[in-house]
Design a protein around this ligand. Sequence first.
Ligand code: MN
Length: 497
Amino acid sequence: MAFKNYKFWFATGSQDLYGEECLKEVAEHSKIMVEGLNKSGLLPFEVIWKPTLIDNVSIRKTFNDANADEECAGVITWMHTFSPAKMWILGLQEYRKPLLHLHTQFNQEIPYSSIDMDFMNTNQSAHGDREYGHIVTRMGIERKVIVGFWNDETVQKRMAGWMRTAIGIMESSHIRVVRVGDNMRNVAVTEGDKVEAHIKFGWEIDAYNITDIAEYVEAVPEGEINALVEEYYDKYELILDGREPGDFKKHVAVQAGIEIGFEKFLKDLNYHAVVTNFQMLAGLRQLPGLAIQRLMEKGYGFGAEGDWKTAAMVRLMKIMTGGMKAAKGTSFMEDYTYNLVPGKEGILQAHMLEVCPTIAEGKIGIKVNPLSMGEREDPARLVFTSKAGRGIAASLIDLGNRFRLIINEVECIAQDIPMPKLPVATAFWKPEPDLATGAEAWILAGGAHHTAFTYDLTAEQMGDWAASMGIEAIYIDKNTSIHSLKNELRWNQMAFK
Ligand code: MN
């Protein structure tokens, strides 16, 4: 998960009408603001101050420099004074990276006793930002608008969230997914137009034979396998369930070999996400279970049964949450079975094997169990339950002529009743606004059984990413009503072609 040392540029707009004294003050103010933002400790990336933009030439140059600077992940714009927006047109037209319009002002309070017309002319964001906002809207440019005092924690936290979205936008353009196995058993929702995904999102989705991975796995030296098995044995609880310890260890060692070999393949060929298919495993002794769980934990995307869309979405979420302090986790997930008891409604989430241990609560165990489907030897897998708390589940679907992203806010509930016979990791969540409405909305919107799930991003962030990609986003949250949702879906069919 190593990225560039991304930075965000802070560009303050003004004009030369008000004289040197005013422009000096504008520059001083914006320097103080940039310093304050960086010192807040709330922003995940550094903000870089840029000289005040006062004309067509400086604006165009700044935006083009931002395009060319590999470490620049976006430009934050703010109009300290009025700034006639025709001079912004060319620069904005040529700009290609994420754009934030921070609608703020240097002073928090109106200085009632001293305010005069000089102050009003120097401090007129309420005026200047409307002129600037108008041209961005007229030009149809996707941007984020955040309103409020720049030194306010709420504003800074929203800026931090937008920065992570911007990193997602920047990095999305070169996510590379390796498919070892196609879409499985005629499933519809995991299908999609890979060329269109490359055009829309920048994703490269390439097919390999599973035997290419198997060769890497075969070549892993025994010493490396034994060392990794020792690591597993130190880190995880062994749940033998009556299995002979030597036999158990042999099964675990197969996954260690797959983890090492698979990761070497991904590194050698520069892939960031993996798609498997449990019916196409030639050359592998087990379905990658524990191995895939560990790769997801390291930041790789994953989608089961040929599901490349979810694999790329999981990778995208891993990117957007990269380096986050106190992150609670991000995983591939699948809606499995319901609890329909009144007051306890929710969906038990799991997969055959592949749930990411970053979402685990408490201890993680290793089990070796037969697959109820598939045809290989019993795979080792990590088992655990998941943290309580709010999160989002996202499903990217292909509607034939376009993509739709469905985002459901969910509440994960601690599972205090043991499920001793279930040999997989699980989570249990209640979708917003309630199970019946949330699931009805999800089904009407065409959402899949597979999701990319995270505790650490908001629906707003994923929706902003979708907007930036030019695709439809459907939010299912506490405000969802079926009546409005059906209209929204109907109208969006006209809006998105
Ligand atoms: Mn599945």
